[in-house]
Design a protein around this ligand. Structure first.
Ligand code: PEP
Length: 260
């Protein structure tokens, strides 16, 4: 069995204002079960980070993450948020290169790479998303697309960069569609990603880096997905907006469990 800790991250996307976010965090805490060897992160919108921090501070078992950041330290970047601003709000993680940002905001691997380096330098953990579209999978390009994204998004990483890097494999065709990759399909790509890491880093780093699966993860499919050798956690979108479902996914990730 792997020694990697499991990570469950909830990506709330552009949902929940600050008041609703606090309600959702309280609801998560209400349903909470004590977990072992699992780290849990919620990634609300920027506008809810401060309010959520206040609530999470009292529980100390849930970490805070952001959904994006800008690569510059400060300056004339209207509407953007820096790594230092996220740190100031006690964020521990930041999601980078989500497929919605790659598609809607034209984020390239080179931009994701810059952001990841800046995030790590600010002591944030970067959750770097990669994944193929349905068309790419159906035309036999999955391997090339995923390995290219991993190599380019993590280009020139130092050992310190890898220490704070998490990869999330999110097949675009499975995000928000209700279609999940089968555990075997997901494991196949996770193994491919880990082999790519072996190629570009070292056995030690490749063995250590957590690789999350994302794409319509729900309580009903999470245990089987999380039971695969190279699946070290989940990036959860829709189901993270329902406290009971999210906590159920967290429980399914836990090998031993005791209630609070
Ligand atoms: C996501 O947005 O990262 C995601 C995986 O969404 P969903 O779980 O809704 O497919």
């Amino acid at each position: 069995m792997s020694t990697r800790r499991t990570l469950i991250a909830g990506n709330w996307k552009m949902n929940k204002n600050a008041t609703e976010s606090v309600e959702l965090v309280n609801d998560i805490i209400h349903h909470w079960k004590k977990v072992h060897n699992v780290d849990v992160v919620i990634c609300p919108p920027f506008t809810s980070l401060h309010a959520c921090k206040e609530v999470i501070d009292q529980s100390a078992e849930i970490f805070l993450g952001a959904q994006n950041m800008h690569e510059a330290a400060s300056g004339a970047y209207t509407g953007e948020i820096s790594a230092a601003m996220l740190k100031d709000l006690w964020c521990k993680y930041v999601i980078l290169g989500h497929s919605e940002r790659r598609e809607n905001c034209h984020e390239t691997d080179a931009i994701v790479n810059k952001k990841a380096k800046v995030a790590v330098a600010a002591n944030l953990n970067a959750i770097i998303c990669v994944g193929e579209t349905l068309q790419e999978r159906e035309s036999g390009k999955m391997e090339k697309v995923v390995t290219t994204q991993v190599k380019a998004s993590c280009d020139d990483f130092t050992e310190d960069d890898w220490e704070r890097t998490v990869i999330a494999y999110e097949p675009v065709w499975a995000i928000g569609t209700g279609k999940t990759a089968s555990p075997e399909q997901a494991q196949e790509v996770h193994a491919l990603i880990r082999n790519t890491l072996r190629e570009i880093t070292s056995e030690k780093i490749a063995t250590k880096v957590q690789i999350l699966y994302g794409g319509s993860v729900k309580p009903a499919n999470s245990a089987e997905l999380l039971g695969q050798n190279d699946i070290d956690g989940a990036l959860v979108g829709g189901a993270s907006l329902d406290a009971e479902s999210f906590v159920e996914i967290v429980k399914n990730a836990c090998h031993e469990e005791s209630s609070t």
